[in-house]
Design a protein around this ligand. Structure first.
Ligand SMILES: *Cc1c(COP(=O)(O)O)cnc(C)c1O
Length: 384
């Protein structure tokens, strides 16, 4: 009998999720109903931020963030090569440009020291930093904050991989990724492979009320209907378009799904820890580099990334076993668009990491049997 397919990641939809969406469909709101607010408030509570703005997807969250921080042509922003292209693209959407800095060889997140090298060389060149909690490993956000403050920069934390992750700051306080304490804005995605799935969906969290209000407006064309914010008021129908925004709204039924999923986030987070622990144990004698977690940090394990010199062969071998591993990521600077825009660039650690990395299956609904199959196939490959 052919064995079922095991992907690197996937969503889990429960009966509760289905009921939540059905209830939303039976309500008066297909888009912009009460579930949007409910999801925003519950999500803000989950990560420990004051405000949250739900949007169409994670990329829209990044774009609204660069808009709200006034990225303009001529400005430059630093990000990691090892991320999804959207972390860099959002700067280009606003006419700005991106400089990459290499990754930390252990956490694979943007290396604070490499960022500092760029800033020292050109203290006035940059406007902001977009660090990424790669694979779910939290960035040391307080250290990024201290550096950003020395150079007058803002921070957008791309926390798509890290809802629930945490680290210990210099005051020995536990801080959740995306809680708004050390970054102006943090963004999340609810794409099906992420921890919380709504189909398409995204969230921006912040502790800054002005940025919060501005993003609410930019999400819907730059229009406000709040009389307190309008210059004039012709009557009950009146609204003002005050700046150029977009339609980045997320429908009520998707927020109903996201909100229902969020109720299981804590349990799913624990399940990912469990799966990671078993991988750590079962793969420890194989000739692969296993994921690292910094002391006092809690890794969210969106991905479980191993490194092997035989990456290509292993990828192909797993595929013959119906196990679909994936590579995260092709470094952004290697994509043809970026090569054309900035020329051929090299980042030693990012390029080396890309040549060896492989994300093996990691999703909270993975069964013990499925994991046994993955582990068995890995052992079989390296025993050949
Ligand atoms: C998924 C992801 C995004 C984009 O999110 P979408 O909802 O797919 O637009 C951005 N950055 C990172 C790191 C991601 O993993």
């Amino acid at each position: 009998m052919a064995s079922s397919t095991i992907p690197y990641g996937k969503q889990q939809i429960t009966e509760d999720d289905i009921q939540a969406v059905v209830a939303s469909l039976q309500s008066d709101f297909l888009t912009q109903g009460p579930m949007v607010n409910e999801f925003e408030e519950a999500f803000a509570r989950y990560v420990g931020a004051r405000y949250a703005v739900a949007v169409a997807n994670g990329t829209a969250a990044l774009h609204l963030s660069t808009m709200a921080l006034n990225v303009k042509p001529g400005q430059r922003v630093i990000t990691s090569p090892i991320t999804f292209a959207a972390s860099a693209n959002c700067v280009l959407y606003c006419g700005g440009d991106v400089d990459f800095a290499d990754i930390d060889p252990k956490t694979y997140c943007l290396d604070l020291n490499r960022v500092e090298d760029l800033l020292k060389k050109n203290p006035k060149k940059y406007s902001g930093i977009i660090p990424v909690d790669y694979a779910g490993h939290p960035i040391q956000a307080d250290a990024f904050r201290a550096l950003a403050d020395r150079y007058g920069l803002w921070i957008i934390e791309d926390a798509c991989h890290a809802p629930g992750a945490s680290f210990l700051d210099a005051q020995k306080t536990v801080q959740r990724s995306g809680n708004g304490k050390y970054s102006e804005l943090s963004i999340f995605s609810f794409h099906p492979v992420k921890h919380i799935a709504s189909g398409e969906g995204g969230m921006i969290t912040t502790n800054d009320q002005k940025l919060y209000q501005r993003m609410q407006k930019l999400r819907t064309h730059g229009i406000t209907k709040d009389p307190a914010q309008m210059a004039r008021n012709d009557g009950g129908w009146f609204m003002e378009m005050q700046e150029l925004g977009y339609n980045y709204r997320i429908p009520d039924m998707l927020c109903a799904l996201g909100n229902s999923q969020l109720k299981r986030a804590e349990a799913n987070f624990k399940r990912r820890q469990e799966i990671a622990k078993r991988y750590d144990h079962e793969l420890k004698d194989l000739p692969v580099v296993l994921p690292y977690t910094a002391p006092d940090s809690v890794h969210a394990f969106h991905l479980y990334v191993i490194q092997t010199a035989q990456r290509r062969e292993l990828y192909d071998f797993l595929k013959t076993k119906n196990i679909y591993a994936q590579v995260h990521y092709i470094p952004v600077h290697q994509h043809p668009y970026y090569v054309e825009r900035y020329g051929k660039q090299q980042f030693e650690l990012s390029d080396a990491f890309y040549n060896q990395c492989l994300s093996i299956p990691m999703y909270h609904s993975m069964s013990d049997e499925e994991q046994t199959r993955v582990v068995g196939s890995l052992k079989e490959f390296f025993a050949r």
